[in-house]
Write a protein that binds this ligand. Structure first.
Ligand code: TRP
Length: 352
């Protein structure tokens, strides 16, 4: 029997703060796998952030703060290899090689690129960065991130699924053209999930301004939760099952978000009590919001405390980044070398 540890990889752009969507769609999976002794790689995608960030001070700060948030959430830089994308510059070489076999048409169907195109079409003078070569190539760089560590599993939220699938397609194409140099990850299971936004829309997202953040203090939490739109009248649940999971998706808009959060954070009896109230109808949204805000703040408190712990200062982060870059580099160079050999270019630069 093979004793190879499962290789898990995920990453996030260092823009804004970590929100509940990021946490419950990707980070919780990594935390669980970290406990199961998988080989976990988790990185901050600062190259990817360059499609939107231009200020060098901002990118450095945001990257370090994102890493500090990881640690505050329980990611352990000793058991998991937590690194910064730009500390692994051979990713850029792999992206270049992968770019040679990637169709532009395939990239133009990428969600990030398409969204930006649509926004620009709607408002050509909209501020922000232009449609760049980097933005079009976003999925190629992401494929390089995934393939370079030879990941088996890539836990991501629903919005990134398409990119992961593109990475699998690119790897298969490379292998069929040049020989089996790349490890193709397993397709992402249905565990990928989507958390609705506080505005009741289908997705919580940084750019939609509808997030609940892990570092939000109790005042902000209360304010955000109070602002959730609940004017839709309670209507009876149409479900045959009493399973909480089956109940949640039936709720309309803003109310659905509140129940979803309560389901994630509160003890079952509290959650089921509110489900009962929903079924009975009546006015109880004030109480529901107070309960949700309380559980959110309770969840955030230890994260905020660790985030502000002076032990997790910049020096601490820089130290583990240096150590972890040393750990992941040989793995990555090995992959790039396999690809160079498969294509038949260059001398063996990376092998002794
Ligand atoms: N695109 C992801 C995001 O926007 C970040 C990312 C970059 C990523 N490379 C990755 C995620 C590789 C998973 C695997 O958050």
């Amino acid at each position: 029997m093979s004793t190879k540890r499962e290789v898990i990889l995920s990453g996030i752009r260092p823009t804004g703060r970590l929100h509940y969507g990021n946490y419950f769609c990707a980070i919780t999976h990594i935390l669980r796998l970290q406990e199961q002794d998988a080989q976990c790689y988790y990185f901050v995608a600062d190259y990817h952030a360059l499609t939107t960030i231009t200020d060098r001070r901002e990118i450095y700060r945001d990257t370090l703060n994102m890493l500090r948030t990881y640690v505050a959430c329980g990611l352990d830089p000793i058991r998991s290899t937590i690194y910064r994308q730009s500390d692994l510059p051979c990713t850029a070489e792999l992206a270049l090689l992968l770019g040679m076999i990637t169709n532009i048409g395939h990239l133009e169907r990428g969600t990030t690129y398409k969204d930006k195109m649509l926004k620009l079409e709607a408002d050509p003078r909209a501020e922000g960065n232009p449609l760049s070569y980097g933005l079009l190539g976003y999925p190629v760089l992401m494929a390089a991130d995934i393939l370079i560590v030879r990941a088996d599993v890539v836990p991501v939220g629903d919005d990134q699924r398409q990119h992961v699938e593109m990475a699998c397609d690119i790897a298969e194409k490379f292998n069929s053209r040049f020989g089996e140099a790349l490890h193709v990850p397993r397709a992402v299971g249905r565990e990928a999930m989507r958390l609705p936004g506080l505005d009741g829309s289908s997705k919580m997202g940084k750019s939609d301004n509808n997030t609940l953040d892990l570092l939000d203090n109790p005042q902000t939490v209360l304010q955000k939760i109070k602002g959730v739109e609940t004017s839709t009248d309670p209507r009876p649940l149409e479900t045959e099952s009493n399973e909480p999971d089956a109940i949640v998706p039936q709720m309309p808009g803003g109310v659905g978000v509140l129940y979803r959060l309560l389901h994630l954070l509160a003890p079952q009896d509290v959650y089921l009590d509110f489900v009962g109230q929903y079924r009975a109808g009546g006015k109880f949204y004030g109480k529901l919001k107070a309960a949700v805000a309380e559980h959110v703040s309770k969840f955030n408190a230890p994260v905020i405390e660790r985030y502000n712990n002076p032990a997790f200062n910049d020096d601490y982060i820089e130290d583990f980044l240096r150590e972890n870059a040393k750990k992941v580099t040989p793995v990555a160079l090995e992959t790039v070398e396999r690809c160079r050999e498969a294509i038949g270019i260059g001398h063996s630069l990376y092998r002794a």
